[in-house]
Design a protein around this ligand. Structure first.
Ligand SMILES: *[C@@H]1O[C@H](CO)[C@@H](O)[C@H](O)[C@H]1NC(C)=O
Length: 406
């Protein structure tokens, strides 16, 4: 009874540790240390230093953009100021600078004939030539016309008749775009907040006087005033074509802040992109708007503008990072665990590829057969397995114990 209790206590109050096989092999040792070195340098160099895995990142930024354009240009001998060429006028992050306007004056509600459209905007179904009413019947419901197709043919003009704002717009006129727009300046006010760290930054220091600077990525990279021509050069635009057809330009403001450093190093980086580059056949950008008037006797009429414009999209992206304990601990543990990968690889080499693999295998894995167990239970002097097993009755760990007497 007491001996059974004693045995039980002994087996509970033991510490088990793993037995190691030391292999004195230079090549294997080199491979082992090399693998460890690679793993350590991966974690230290890439995971910690490059990817900064010890930091937590905030990408859910709150940002606002206000823009203001300045400059004067001449279109059809008329001086254009901001109110004439900026659309919409509120100074948003997305705005257009109109470079060319085709105006259609004195449009009244009524019935008139279609016109030919300029080459650039001609679709096959957009041509409304006719000689009989039947030619026009097929265009009923067309969305390409300038008004509702009535189905009748105006034989004297040779075009289908429409009901809508008349006369129909003729965009074949050749208008020289406003060339001065390359000298306009765009002032961008951008503020960004990283809610996780409660840090707010502006794209220029409040102490900086910004009235007479111009952005240049080399000489003045923090000036918030951009010359349109500079942006177009950066995106390698054909300025003449752009002024004629319109286009889309992206102004990217990128914030990458490492808040482990002083917050004054949290500054924006500007870059510019051609947003309509993926479109081969649908290049350009234009839109229409109208201004409405009343005649003396109360009839409405309007002036239609077809505006070709360069549209600017100011896009803000931001990431802020700062040291945090949890990712650090997790990644350190991952690193330490991964160092053990060296053992797996070396074991494979040791047990399968090296000369004498069979011998190593025998050293590493001790095989116990039932016969031997039987033998060990009835020990003979001089037996190979004479290591005494603890007189265990509830020992379930199966470990060979080097026990002292209780
Ligand atoms: C832009 O400004 C420069 C210098 O002020 C001037 O030489 C140039 O002619 C201007 N460009 C256009 C298209 O007006």
């Amino acid at each position: 009874m007491t001996s059974a209790l004693c045995g039980c206590m002994t087996s509970i109050l033991t510490y088990e540790t793993y037995k190691s096989v030391v292999v004195r092999s230079w090549p294997l040792g080199i491979v082992y240390r090399l693998v460890q070195l690679i793993i350590i340098s991966y974690f230290v160099g890439y995971v910690f230093l490059y990817e900064k895995a010890y930091q937590v990142a905030d990408t859910a930024t709150e940002s606002s953009v206000i823009t203001k354009v300045k400059g004067f240009g001449k279109l059809n001998n008329a001086v254009m100021d901001v109110a004439d060429y900026i659309y919409p006028p509120q100074g948003e992050g997305v705005f257009s600078i109109i470079t060319k306007i085709i105006k259609t004056d004195n449009q009244f509600q009524g019935i008139c004939s279609e016109v030919t459209h300029s080459e650039q905007f001609r679709h096959t179904e957009k041509e409304f030539n006719c000689s009989t009413n039947a030619d026009c019947q097929q265009h009923l419901g067309s969305v390409q016309a300038d008004g509702i197709i009535t189905g009748a043919c105006n034989t004297s003009a040779g075009y289908c008749e429409i009901e809508g704002w008349c006369p129909a717009e003729d965009d074949k006129v050749d208008i020289k775009p406003m060339p001065e727009f390359v000298n306009f300046t765009i002032y961008i006010k951008n503020s960004i907040r990283f809610p996780l760290f409660n840090v707010t930054r502006a794209n220029f220091p409040s102490t900086k006087t910004v009235n007479n600077c111009t952005y240049d990525k080399n000489t003045d990279p923090f000036c918030p005033i951009f010359r349109v021509g500079y942006i177009l050069d950066e995106t390698q635009q054909n300025v003449t074509l752009l002024a004629n057809q319109g286009g889309e330009i992206g102004i990217n403001i990128e914030w990458r802040c490492n808040l482990d450093h002083d917050v004054k190093f949290c500054v924006p980086k500007y870059s510019f992109s051609k947003l309509d580059a993926p479109f081969q056949n649908a290049k350009g950008y234009n839109f229409r708007f109208a201004k409405y008037y009343k005649t003396e006797n109360g009839t409405d009429y309007r002036r239609l503008h077809k505006a070709f414009a360069v549209r600017f999209d100011v896009m803000v992206t931001g990431t802020a990072r700062k040291f945090s304990l949890i990712p650090t601990v997790i990644n350190v543990i991952a690193a330490v665990t991964s160092i053990g990968m060296g053992t797996v690889l070396c074991d494979l080499i040791l047990l399968h590829c090296l000369k004498g693999a069979q011998y190593y295998k025998e050293k590493k894995f001790e095989e116990v057969s039932e016969e031997q167990i039987h033998e060990s239970l009835t020990p003979k002097p001089g037996s190979q397995l004479s290591i005494r097993r603890g007189n265990s009755s509830c020992n379930d760990s199966g470990a060979v114990s080097l026990s002292t007497n209780c």
